[in-house]
Design a protein around this ligand. Structure first.
Ligand SMILES: Nc1ncnc2c1ncn2[C@@H]1O[C@H](COP(=O)(O)OP(=O)(O)O)[C@@H](O)[C@H]1O
Ligand SMILES: [Mg+2]
Length: 228
C-alpha cells in the first residue's frame, strides 16, 4: 500500500526583509510527511523552525517552491482559501498555550467549533468529550489561571483536536513547563499518535522531547538535514 503523503514540500524558500536587510529564513526545503507519522523538527534558535511551522500551518506562504497539503496546492490559494483549509486540516499547539483568559476550559475548546459553524449543543458535547479524552473531565469549568501548566497545555491540545484535523502542529509545546509536565504532555502526544493515528509535526530544541517522535529532522541556517 502506498498512500499519498499528507504534506509534500519541494524546494521551498522563505526570506524576511527587515530594514532593507534580507534574512533567508528557509532554503531549499524538501519534506514529505505521511499520514500517521510523528516527526520532530529540531534546531537552534533562529534556524527557521517557527517560520517552517507557520508555512506548514498555512499561516504564511513561501516565496517560492511547492507545498501540497492533502493534494491541494497551497501556493495557489488566496487568504480566504488558506483560512478554510487551515481550519479544516490543522490543529495548532503553541509554547504559551494561547488560551483565552477568563474563559473556561470548555469554552476555550468550543471556540474553533463556533468558526466551523457548529451549533451550541453539538459544540458542548464535542468539547466535553475531547476534554475527557485528555483526562480533564474534572476541569471543564476551570479558568486557565486555575490550571497547572500541564493541564493548560492539555486544554490547548483538546482545542487543537476538537475539529478532528488531519495534522497537529506543535511549536515547542513543552517549552514552558517543567520536566515532569513535559513528560506528561509527550506521553499524551505519543498515545494520540499510536492509538488514534494522529499525524504530528512537533518543533523542539530538546533532545528528550524529540526522542518521542519516530523521525527527526534538523534545521540549520534554514536548511533541513536528516538526523538519526
Ligand atoms: N517577522 C520576521 N521579520 C524578520 N525576520 C524574521 C521574522 N521572523 C523570523 N525572522 C528571522 O528568521 C530567522 C528564522 O526565525 P525563526 O523561524 O523564528 O527561527 P526559530 O523558530 O528556529 O527560532 C531568524 O534569523 C529570525 O530572526
Ligand atoms: Mg521559534
Amino acid at each position: 500500500m502506498n498512500a499519498a503523503p499528507l504534506l509534500q514540500i519541494r524546494d521551498l524558500q522563505k526570506a524576511y526583509v527587515l530594514d532593507g536587510v534580507t534574512i533567508q529564513a528557509l532554503r531549499d526545503i524538501d519534506l514529505n510527511v505521511e499520514p500517521g507519522e510523528f516527526v520532530a523538527i529540531m534546531g537552534p534558535s533562529g534556524s527557521g523552525k517557527s517560520t517552517l511551522m507557520y508555512i506548514l500551518g498555512c499561516l504564511d506562504v513561501p516565496d517560492a517552491g511547492n507545498y501540497q497539503l492533502h493534494g491541494q496546492d497551497i501556493t495557489r490559494m488566496d487568504g480566504d482559501q488558506l483560512a478554510t483549509l487551515r481550519n479544516r486540516e490543522i490543529g495548532f499547539v503553541f509554547q504559551n498555550f494561547n488560551l483565552l483568559p477568563r474563559t473556561s476550559a470548555l469554552e476555550n475548546v468550543e471556540t474553533p467549533l463556533i468558526y466551523a459553524g457548529i451549533g451550541k449543543t453539538e459544540r458542548r458535547k464535542k468539547a466535553r468529550a475531547t476534554l475527557e479524552r485528555m483526562g480533564l473531565g474534572e476541569r471543564l469549568y476551570h479558568l486557565p489561571n486555575q490550571l497547572s501548566g500541564g493541564q493548560a497545555q492539555r486544554v490547548a491540545i483538546a482545542r487543537a483536536l476538537v475539529t478532528q484535523p488531519s495534522l497537529l502542529l506543535a511549536d515547542e509545546p513543552t517549552g514552558n513547563v517543567d520536566t515532569a509536565t513535559s513528560a506528561e504532555i509527550m506521553t499524551l502526544l505519543d498515545e494520540l499518535n499510536r492509538q488514534e493515528g494522529l499525524t504530528i509535526v512537533l518543533i523542539t530544541h530538546e533532545q528528550e522531547v524529540a526522542k518521542h517522535a519516530r523521525r527527526r529532522l534538523f534545521l540549520r541556517d534554514g536548511r533541513l538535514e536528516m538526523q538519526a
